[in-house]
Write a protein that binds this ligand. Structure first.
Ligand code: SF4
Length: 376
């Protein structure tokens, strides 16, 4: 008999400040609230210290500083947060430490401060190469600033750089998107996240689309864009490992893979979630409620929910869900957990077994929701 040590956890810090609210954004992010950053940093540092003690200081091997726009903090503020994490949790030697930044806000001193504080991965919201589309999205930058930010990051010593790109934008043509992909590939990122625009209710872009002032590309065009992106990335050595994520060998984002494989994580700041001790904890989604010290909400995850979650999250990845991992986590095999519910999506060619894992087929990737409904 040997005992298995618990896996190192992931740590997430939400930094919800933005220069301006993008037209499509429904994330917990706030424009015009920069004056609250000092107070917010104090609150986050306190939360990190308290949770470290409450959870018994588990070791961590990924940290993700997300937003919002973390690069709106100054060097001292971001370093304080990272120091608090390092004080409250033993951080593994080879930890992946990511900071999201927006072009137009990343400065050389900030990038250098990140490197000095141990950050080794930068994620840049690049989105599209055309100023026309960036304006329509309400982004604050142009492509020249994307190029400048990559340069600033490299100068500071960052080798692992992700670019976020979007497709399916109003008035975006296939040729616009090709141009964006070519411009992005010219910057040689190690990782790309490429998302189709989701028009969320209540956002300015949704109102414009509903009023007929903006027109989205049709589904077929959107599918062509996605296919073209997959091919382009493959040609540039960026292998797909998740529906929207592509990476060079060895550069898949470990933090996100941790979330998709239900590794425990702790989140700090407003709207941050945690998954720990079979519970999900949700911090208050509103900045003011968080600053006022409102309590998080916690819910226990039932065994059935946990099994479904493993499939919902794990099937996002091209490698699928390994039966061995599932059995280790849930005490029974995928077949035993889902039984005949697997037959329909397998027979329809949406799910397949491959090297001991259940994964979505190429067709299944497009129809993931219908597979999940079958497994519910
Ligand atoms: S930069 Fe990101 S978080 Fe901020 S408003 Fe734009 S989409 Fe939202």
């Amino acid at each position: 008999m040997h005992s298995t040590l618990p896996k190192p956890i992931g740590l997430y810090v939400h930094l919800p400040f933005c220069v301006r609210k993008c037209a499509y954004c429904d994330f917990a992010s706030y424009a015009g609230r920069q004056a609250d950053i000092p107070r917010y940093v104090d609150a986050v540092v306190q939360e990190i210290t308290r949770r470290g003690a409450e959870t018994g200081h588990p070791s961590a091997d990924t940290i993700f500083l997300g937003g919002g726009t973390p690069s709106l903090l100054d060097e001292f503020q971001i370093t304080r947060i990272l120091d608090a994490l390092f004080d409250a949790f033993p951080i593994e030697q080879n930890a992946e430490i990511t900071c999201e930044c927006n072009p137009g806000t990343l400065t050389p001193p900030f990038a250098q401060a990140l490197r000095q504080a141990g950050v080794n991965r930068l994620s840049l919201g690049a989105q599209a190469a055309q100023t026309r589309l960036l304006r329509l999205l309400g982004r604050i930058h142009d492509w020249e600033q994307v190029i400048a930010s990559v340069e600033i990051a490299r100068q500071a010593g960052f080798e692992n750089i992700n670019l976020d790109l979007m497709f399916g934008l109003p008035s975006q043509t296939v040729s616009d998107f090709r141009e964006t992909l070519a411009a992005a590939m010219a910057l040689c990122p190690t990782h790309v996240s490429c998302y189709g625009l989701i028009v969320e209710e209540g956002t300015p872009i949704c109102r414009e689309v509903t009023a007929g002032k903006l027109v989205l590309p049709n589904e077929e065009v959107e599918r062509d864009m996605y296919e073209f992106a997959r091919q382009t990335f493959a040609e540039h050595g960026l292998q797909q490992y998740e529906i929207s994520n592509f990476a060079r060998e060895g550069y898949a984002c470990r933090h996100n893979i941790g979330c998709w494989t239900r590794v425990r994580y702790l989140g700090f700041g407003c709207a941050a979630h945690s998954f720990f001790d079979q519970c999900r904890t949700m911090n208050p989604p509103q900045l003011d409620a968080y600053l006022a010290g409102e309590e998080p909400k916690t819910e226990q995850i039932s065994k059935d929910e946990a099994r479904f979650e493993s499939m919902m999250l794990g099937l996002r990845m091209t490698r699928g869900v390994k039966d061995e991992d599932f059995t280790r986590m849930h005490g029974l095999s995928i077949r035993d957990a889902f039984g005949a519910k697997l037959d329909k999506p397998i027979n329809a060619g949406l799910l397949e077994w491959h090297e001991g894992a259940l994964r979505l087929t190429r067709l299944g990737m497009d129809l993931q929701n219908s597979v999940l409904v079958d497994l519910m």
